[in-house]
Ligand binder design. Structure first.
Ligand code: BT5
Length: 238
């Protein structure tokens, strides 16, 4: 994938900006990076606290796959973020299915993938990433969130993180296109924080049990009380 990076000073959300450009016919590989987001979003209408100095970017992907095959792109991009973190700092990144990246138990990055579907065709996937590099987060997030600089106990340079992230996204996406999520499965599994933990996943219905790992296709597996292993293809860990 050839990347075409557009840098903007301020946007509502880099995902919205990328979606607009996608609607105008922009090619796969367009990257929108903003210094400031005034309405950064998480999933289900949640807010992404976008403190200037941290990284906010969205990549336009146009995979030739069915809309139903798009959900594993969220954990795939999560893996790219994890690998990027390990490239730039002496840290181990942890992945919480489907879209959280953590370091030392606290969330350092989130991924928001949004599909654009026309008819029965997947016309685009916008993969948005918010990564806390070094700018201090609001106090209310202190218990659950962190930054790379805090965890690495030194200043981590944003330009370096950005460069590593774009490289990892190209690499991971290329492998996803060639071999599906299965090509990324082992690396994801090594960083899985839910495995062996009690989990409740809301996927329309509630699935409760023990995390049994990520499946080869990117779904999450939960061993429920009866001993049966249930697959969850999309959802939210409570
Ligand atoms: C996510 O949502 O984790 C996806 C976040 C994606 C943000 C990027 S920034 C670039 C692009 N443009 C956008 O508008 N969005 C994407 P979710 O799983 O719903 O998690 C949201 C929750 O994370 C919030 O409810 C908070 O609890 C927590 N949170 C908010 N801001 C945070 C931050 N800066 N660091 C860590 N946690 C945060």
């Amino acid at each position: 994938m050839r990347l075409d990076v557009r840098r903007l000073e301020e946007v509502s959300s880099t995902n919205d900006e990328a979606k607009k450009l996608a609607a105008g016919g922009a090619a796969e590989g367009l990257v929108v990076i903003a210094e400031r987001q005034t309405a950064g979003r998480g999933r289900r209408g949640r807010v992404w606290q976008s403190v200037p100095g941290n990284l906010f970017l969205s990549v336009l992907l146009r995979p030739k796959i069915a809309p139903s095959a798009a959900p594993p792109l969220a954990p795939a991009i999560g893996l790219a973020v994890a690998l990027c973190i390990e490239d730039v700092a002496p840290l181990s990144a942890e992945l919480k299915w489907p879209n959280d990246v953590r370091v030392n138990g606290r969330k350092v990055a989130g991924v928001l993938t949004e599909s654009v579907v026309s008819g029965s065709t997947l016309s685009a996937v916008i993969a948005g990433i918010g990564l806390n590099v070094g700018a201090e987060l609001p106090a209310e997030l202190a218990d659950i969130a962190t930054t790379l600089s805090r965890e690495a106990v030194r200043n981590v340079r944003k330009s370096e993180v950005e460069e590593a992230l774009l490289k990892r996204i190209s690499d991971v996406y290329g492998r996803f296109l060639a071999g599906g999520f299965a090509a990324l499965h082992a690396e994801w599994q090594e960083r899985d924080v839910l495995r062996g933990q009690r989990v409740t996943i809301d996927s329309g219905a509630r699935v409760e049990g023990e995390g049994a790992g990520i499946a080869e296709d990117g779904a999450y597996l939960v061993r429920v009380a009866s001993g049966e292993v249930v697959r969850v293809t999309a959802g939210e860990v409570l």
